[in-house]
Write a protein that binds this ligand. Sequence first.
Ligand code: ANZ
Ligand code: ZN
Length: 829
Amino acid sequence: MKRYEPLSVEAKWQGKWTAGRSFHVEADPSKPKYYVLEMFPYPSGRIHMGHVRVYTIGDVVARFKRMHGFNVLHPMGWDAFGLPAENAAIKNKLHPAKWTYSNIDNMRSQLQKMGYSLDWERELATCDASYYRWEQLFFVKFFEKGLVYRKNSPQNWCPDCHTVLANEQVEDGKCWRCDSEVEQKDLEQWFLRITAYTEELLKDLDTLAGGWPERVLTMQRNWIGKSVGCEIDFPLEDGSGNVRVFTTRQDTLWGATFMSIAAEHPLAAKLIAGKPQEADAKAFIEKIRNMDRIKRQADDLEKEGVFTGSYCVNPVTGAKMPIYLANFVLMGYGTGAVMAVPAHDQRDFEFAKKYGLPLKVVINPKGQNFDAAALTEAYTDPGVLFDSGPFTGQDSSDAKVAIADWLEAENKGTRAVNYRLRDWNISRQRYWGAPIPMVYCAECGVVPVPEKDLPVKLPLDIQVREDGRSPLPDTPEFVNTTCPKCGGPARRETDTMDTFMESSWYFLRYACPQEDTAPFDAEAVKYWSPVDQYVGGIEHAILHLLYSRFYVKALRDLGYVTHAEPFANLLTQGMVIKDGAKMSKSKGNVVDPDDMVAKYGADTVRVFMLFAAPPEKDLEWSDTGIEGAARFLNRLWRLVTEELEGIVMPSGPCLPVDQSRLSPLARELRRREHAMVAKVAKDIEGQFQFNTAIAATMEMINFLYANVEELKKEDPEAVSSAVNSLLVVLSPMAPHVCEELWEAIGHARLLADEPWPAYDPEALATDTVTVVVQVCGKLRGKIEVAADADEESVKAQALAEENVARHIEGKTVRKVICVPGKLVNIVAN
Ligand code: ANZ
Ligand code: ZN
């Protein structure tokens, strides 16, 4: 028989699957559906091992569900807009579109060589106008609904390149191209009002529990960051008004000794005006303006501030509190002002120590009294209130409620909730993105492009600029237009959309990618949604998932979809690492999937990836591991084509047989066959334990090899059934080699169309024997035990038997004698 030659085998079956449209699906309400989706790739040029891993995992699930009778949607496409295309264009003098589409062609053929069960007829690329036109329509609909607005927002700005920089283009606070110090500059930007959905985004996380990893749910909750507390007014000392703070610790109000406000706080200018500190304060404000928000929120930020020269008054103690500008207070959160409680907040503690401000202890642990002067750090735990007026002696968690009530009754403050979540800035000052469909008219102001004029096409006959600035503002054919309202001259918006705008709804578009009269075919979207199993990297656990969740809710409220959550189940796979580090060009530890497929075949690469680690864990690339996977498939090949040549028939898996006619060895084979089918199914279904599933098939192969001669003689039919089962259950993992062997043993039908075998639970039972149990030589009971049960468990079962237990009650068991398979005698007195 011929040798196993993976490359020809794989090309052959890929051809057959394509020709037979094996993985093409249509919505069919008479069948249960299952939607498997892996996060679509950015077309960077080549597939890497991380891609291979995630698509292999998804493919096993897709094939497995298909075999279980589901109508499986498993599509693929390209997240095709974005900055790397522009950077590559500058470097290689190649148009971003050319670069992108040729990368797509290359990566498509790489993916096709992996044998994934994808419905390629649904392929989409987000840089096609046929895709982004609908996104532009959503943008307009969102605008009409008040979910889109314009606002000034600080951006990274390179003063030498005169351009806005993406965060990835800022390296160590410097421009990636020219190394100039990056500044923050206020620019008008488009925002999506994702905060209109904050509570729903938070609340609906509960509906995902069980389907999503707990860790991802926590990350989403933290990102939304709901804080419950109070807003409290602090009168200015000169009586000219109040400073309002937001606090989650109203129980520490009596301990507030100074006030910290943001440099951007609207009162700042008034507070410093005419004060000796004015010049210092102004310099400080200037400095903070140019610091980015992320740095200002970092835990290890060196606390810094300046005194404004003004004071306010603690509304409950009457203490005079100096007002400071502080670098860690942000204007965009709460009220931009913080009542500083240095004894109970670590940031305030550090600040107070640095500037010699007073500490006042107002919370003590039970049965202890702190000395403020002796504190070496803030005491932030709960405790008992101290020196806090009428609340002294109360437990701090009770006091939070009582003080909130009291503040409201006394008109000194109100309960308040704050969220960390901010609206989504979708403006990018880049060329390679979907144009924002807005027009500026001197007469009418900002006007959305009407639906009939969509798409606003990104002009392709354009030269990218050496300095990285978007060429769009300098392209009159694009910029100059007429106002949709008054017909007068108008300018187009030249910013493009954040690429997260494309990835927030592609999973809906897959339901009907060719639909050209509407973004979706409502029936198709309804049938396929939500995605039943989403697979992707943990790096997308926050933004991509949050934006997609927002999109689905917003589209639901616009009447486009009927569901509320896009992804019912989520699997986050680990990284592929080599020599302990993530594979990357800069580390020089990249293993190229193409090379591996050329050397071993796709099935071997797939099996290695699935076998080497559970999906959520990092996977360490290993040359011996891939060799092992290759040997395994070769062993399977030799078993079927050499050792069992002519024995295995296309009988189908899990053949029903008359148990009684089986020899003990055939009976054992049958037990193992059914156990394997059950185990592989159990391991894959919802568990993703592909490694143990593969191990179960390895055991079967070992058993067949070990007993091949006897089995051939005793029971070719049992062998046939077992091998048929083996090929079927291994096929989601190693689809090509299984198809080839399936054909070799005489099947005419594709293995890809084979249903999962129905195993017989009875076949799983091991043989049992009856054992008599005596107490001091007298027959007292009978027990059924497994034929291969060990002595200890037989003895235990004997002692537990009801009749036996009755006879030894109150006695001491002296000895238990066991005659294997026959008798247990218990000596007791
Ligand atoms: C007094 C206090 C005492 C506070 C104490 C904490 C501990 P989260 O949970 O993140 O919402 N804060 C309020 N606004 C701020 C801003 N714009 N920039 C920086 N910090 C701000 O945090 C709420 C707490 O963060 C608030 O409660 C406030 O400090 C501070 F022992 O008020 B706290
Ligand atoms: Zn106009």
